[in-house]
Design a protein around this ligand. Sequence first.
Ligand code: AGP
Length: 610
Amino acid sequence: MCGIIGYVGFRDSKEVLLNGLEKIQYRGYDSMGLLIVTKQGFKRVRSVGDIRQLRKKVADAGGNSGSWGLGHSRWATHGPPVEANAHPHKAEHIYIVHNGIIENAEELKAWLKGPFLSETDSEVVAHCILDSYKKNSSLKEAVFDTISKIKGEYAIAVMSEKDPNELIAFKKGPSLVIGLGEKEIFLSSDAQVFLPYTNRVIFLKDGEMAHIQNRETLYFYSDKKQKIDKPITLLDSYFTETEKKGYPYYMLKEIYEQPDCIANLIETHVNKKACKVEVGINNEKDFLDQIVQKGRCNIVACGSSYYAALYGKYAIEKGSRISIGVDMASEFRYRSPVLSSRTPLLLISQSGETADTLAVMRMAQELSLPVLSLCNVAHSSLDRGASAQLYMSAGMEKGVASTKAFTSTLFILFLLSIVLGRKKGSLSLSEEQKIIPSLLLFPDQMKEVLSREKECVAAAHLLRALKSFIYLGRDIYYPLALEGALKMKELTYIHAAAYPAGEMKHGPLALVDADTAIVGLAPKSHVSKKTFSNLEEARSRGGKMIVVGTRGDKESVSLSDCFLSIPSCNTYLSSILCVLPLQLIAYHTACSLGHNVDQPRNLAKSVTVE
Ligand code: AGP
């Protein structure tokens, strides 16, 4: 999960690269570096830490003005985050930045001479290109020759002091995008870098090379070395500039954007006049009919997107009686799933770049399975590879801990359960019409829950002193317990686990003592009574009780050391509402511990390596 930047143009490349790295440091921020082509030659500056440390080192280094260059933000896969392992890596006159994993790096190292100054697989590629360069007529040929030798998934950008007017990039796996300005060309892992300069972009596909020869001349090649033409895409509104707008962290801004995100989805997918849900799918418009016809659909994703998929299983099976299989992508691709032909596959990914989820997409393509993607990033690899598309439409999400994209996904899955129920005949039009008013009310209910943030701050003060967290929920609330536990652990670095509330007696109850926080999701529902009993069992063993319940419900209040209330609504929606206080208690607990909430340690926003 690293970030690559390249620039050829008329501006001071140092500033373009530093500003670009600041925008993509969410992809990896344990070390950074850049290369500037100056009149005095190639100047490389690298640092441990995030953009602040690199800016300081570049300033201390002085000079370094030029109009070509490369930049890189690193999330360590091979070798610790130390300056020697930061990119760009070099081998004599060859410089490279790399995102991905070279699976045969050790094998290549055996016959390359070195010396190797880092512990990274990326440096091996630089030496491989150097070796090829000595046997080939050009940098381009040397890169082609290297590509034929290295194995794995990678995006690379290469420059050479012997060919200072060439920048070569190649993609096989992680994203790589070209931005076309006026007399300037940009390269990046993420198109948002180009925003201040251009909205005209070209997405490289796997096996394609970009060869930049000057600020107005570039060519594209297939991995068979044939010149190819590439279409230009105009970036849409998703990529509008996002700033913190006064919030301390992007994550808090994105938490507060959730009601508007849901309101936008209602505008897009709910026909108020006809009092009907109409989920618009791009390309294969009959995808939902295929699911109804097959009577089954598999949903595959990672992390929070997987927890959303689990919510989708509960919602769609309850609402339409269609069988839903749910898998983590990293498991699905290896467990030899039994897939009958043409069983539709829904792949959920906020970034659309998660390596394991993309691997499942490729597996589905080989099996000719219809794939519907649900992404937040248009033109992402998953969005472009699927046969049909749906969008979270939550706008750019910069906090590594997903919030607005997650709840947007839940809401879309609830809408899908309604449409599938209608198509299957298990939901009558009149039943559907009764649901519509609750949908239209939902954004305001979200705002109302967020207006009680202070209650979550109080809960955070109780939580921060505790040693572990156990999140409990039954039925459709269980996936959200999983999500709440993930938010807490990825932001506070304190262990948190989630269990179906009914499972506690089968072992996890042994964990409970006075240092344990019990976060129970127990809004009024067909399972709340049983959940109360489970919470009581945990409380009687000393657990500190944080309960998310329906406003005015005396029983859940009586169980709580800290009660977080939500308004009354149906279980499909109240389970989504529960997520908001869970996001806020994780956020405030992490803030009270002094953590960088937008960039939690060891993590990155887009997991582009397996
Ligand atoms: C969520 O807060 C985490 N950042 C992580 O679990 C994330 O959901 C997961 O990596 C999947 O990302 P994707 O939705 O972009 O595929």
